[in-house]
Design a protein around this ligand. Structure first.
Ligand SMILES: [Zn+2]
Length: 604
């Protein structure tokens, strides 16, 4: 249906109608509904988070009208409605309950509002590619007078950071710009030729100047990475939406923004020296989501171009899109000078250790883990470490192995960076115009195209196989020693991951064939005593430190409400503590390779 540019055929209005009841009211006006009966639906999932969430379950009331008259709505399935045939413009009005304080949903109370388009905007079937307009309205009442709006949605009359009209070229764009409203704090910086804004919601005492300076360095480094010539970011503006809470962690990528959830104490404070681990983790998260602006938002797996929002979209390549992004997120902190080399090597060592600690890596490949993300990685339980591998962490190590291999085989002429830039040129730059994406199984060909190397055999073994990656050898070739030892902290020698709970220690996971499992203990059991003494993590550690492997410990635990007793024979777990050490005695080629791999960090 052609429509004049000034009056899009699809218009939404969203009002935080009852903030105290967590209700948004949305009115959707369709100028030219399908004469056979217009179908509308809410997405079953939000791109970037691979789990069926059925957002339509939060629609608490819905009705339709045309020309002032009621139009019947028939519900076709859990998230789809069809309006009776209507010869006039169709208006669908509905209320959405918003009480999910996560980066994936919608949240509203009298302190702020947040929503993703996937939670609130019905998709108009058959008109997905039509431009649309959104009016974001201020809640009624004096207490909301100071509220502002933060979103990367292009304005269509709304003042900057104000309520009013915004627009999107199509539905895909509409749902890719989350919206925050409230009395957030704002700061901004320029990088990659564009303005970046940081909006922080929630109580906090953050040093936004420090945060802005560090993010600026990271964003500029990433932009230079993908666009070494133009050094221009692929969007015209970028927004970091940060929600600070007591405890929390999460991020979701979008084409021109990211929603981040963090603990308020992870934010930098005035006078802070260095980079504490908690802040480094937050910077790593921001770096990760920003890297996604290229890798997954614009360079996509073919099955995501376009997304099918009604059901699972299966790809065996999340190791490329999440794993490689995880490799580069920390590496970019180093390359931008935000963290020092020792910090980077310690983080990388932790990632290697995390992968080695999970017995599931022997049962599942990263390609399988990608495919099963919907039912396994996103739905973890006490057995997950025994049964699955993370396409994030092992995917990051595949990137590392590939990067070092390419550097060694090409004598420093090429690197994984060239592959990423090749993917960007081939699939990413034209994202808006051409929906082709990286085809399943197409990655080795991209490596060959960018580097001239045939690494099909290695990539197949590392991504379709379950063997450990040859990291010690590859790192040695880059002048870095990998030292491996057994973990001794926590419940390591019990073969269990333990979590402190009131009254005892809960077994989060009893590792496959480990001492706890062999003694009959299981995930969910609450250990209350060891050798007849009440215990917490500290007293347990002391007991373990005073005993040798092969000796036993008598544990009392509750399984549900039943007391059980187990004699656990202590044993050192397989080595999984990893230290990466710069080898000063490495040969000149290894040192050269290390220099080109880890850049010339300025350090801090
Ligand atoms: Zn990610």
């Amino acid at each position: 249906m052609p429509s004049a540019k000034s009056t899009p055929a699809i218009r939404y209005r969203i009002v935080p109608i009852e903030p105290q009841a967590h209700l948004f009211e949305v009115t959707l006006r369709i100028a030219a509904p399908d004469p056979a009966g217009q179908v509308v639906s809410l997405p079953a999932w939000i791109p970037g988070s691979y789990l069926i969430r059925d957002f339509a379950r939060h629609v608490v009331a819905i009705a339709a009208s045309g020309n002032g008259r009621h139009v019947a709505l028939e519900k076709l399935d859990k998230h789809t409605w069809r309006a009776a045939p209507c010869r006039h413009a169709l208006e669908v009005r509905y209320r959405v309950y918003a009480w999910d304080l996560s980066v994936r949903g919608a949240h509203l109370d009298n302190t702020h509002g947040f929503f993703n388009g996937t939670s609130v905007f019905l998709r108009v079937h058959g008109q997905d590619d039509q431009p649309c307009r959104v009016r974001i309205s201020r809640p009624a009442g004096v207490r909301y007078r100071g509220w502002r709006v933060a979103t990367s949605l292009p304005g269509a009359g709304a003042p900057e950071f104000g309520f009013g009209d915004y627009q999107a070229q199509d539905y895909d764009e509409l749902i890719d710009h989350p919206v925050e409203m409230g009395d957030f704090t704002l700061s901004s910086f320029d990088a990659g030729g564009i303005r970046h804004d940081i909006a922080v919601t929630g109580r906090h005492d953050a040093d936004l100047k420090r945060l802005g300076a560090d993010l600026r360095a990271i964003c500029a480094t990433q932009t230079r990475f993908f666009e070494p010539r133009s050094r221009h970011a692929p969007m015209s503006r970028y927004l970091f939406l940060v929600t600070a809470v007591g405890e929390g962690y999460g991020g979701l990528e979008h084409r021109a923004s990211t929603a981040l959830l963090c603990a308020r104490n992870d934010l930098p404070h005035a006078g802070m020296k260095g980079v504490p681990a908690s802040y480094r983790k937050l910077l790593g998260l921001a770096s990760h989501e920003y890297f996604h602006s290229w890798n997954v938002k614009r360079i996509k797996p073919q099955v995501f171009a376009p997304y099918d929002l009604d059901k699972e979209n299966y790809t065996r390549m999340l190791w490329v899109f999440e794993g490689f992004t995880s490799y580069y997120d920390d590496l970019m902190l180093l390359r931008s000078g935000v963290i020092a080399l020792e910090d980077y090597l310690s983080v990388l060592g932790e990632t290697i250790g995390n992968v080695l600690r999970a017995p599931g890596r022997k049962l599942q490949s990263v390609a399988e883990s990608s495919f099963d993300a919907w039912s396994r990685y996103y739905r973890q339980d006490e057995n997950s470490p025994n049964a699955i591998v993370s396409y994030y962490t092992k995917g990051a190590l595949v990137a590392l192995a590939l990067d070092l291999t390419i550097r060694q085989r090409s004598a420093g002429k090429h690197s994984l960076d060239d592959v990423m830039r090749g993917n960007w040129r081939r699939y990413g730059r034209d994202f808006a115009r051409d929906l082709a994406g990286l085809e399943e199984g197409g990655f080795p060909a991209e490596v060959a195209a960018a580097t001239g190397l045939d690494l099909r055999r290695q990539i197949r073994a590392w991504t379709e196989g379950t063997g450990d990656l040859p990291l010690a050898r590859l790192l040695a070739g880059a002048g870095v020693k990998l030292a491996l030892s057994s973990a001794t902290k926590g419940g390591a020698r019990l073969g269990a991951r333990l979590v402190s709970r009131p009254g005892g220690l809960e077994i989060a996971t009893a590792y496959s064939a480990g001492p706890a499992e062999s003694a009959g203990l299981a995930g969910g059991d609450l250990i209350i005593a060891a050798n007849g003494l009440r215990l917490d993590l500290t007293t347990l550690q002391t007991m373990l430190d005073r005993r040798r492997d092969g000796e036993s410990l008598r544990l009392h635990a509750f399984r549900r409400d039943e007391l059980i007793e187990a004699e656990v024979v202590l044993a050192a777990p397989p080595p999984s503590e990893v230290k990466l050490i710069v080898d000063d005695r490495a040969g000149a080629p290894a040192k050269r390779l290390r220099g080109s791999w880890l850049g010339t960090p300025r350090g801090k």
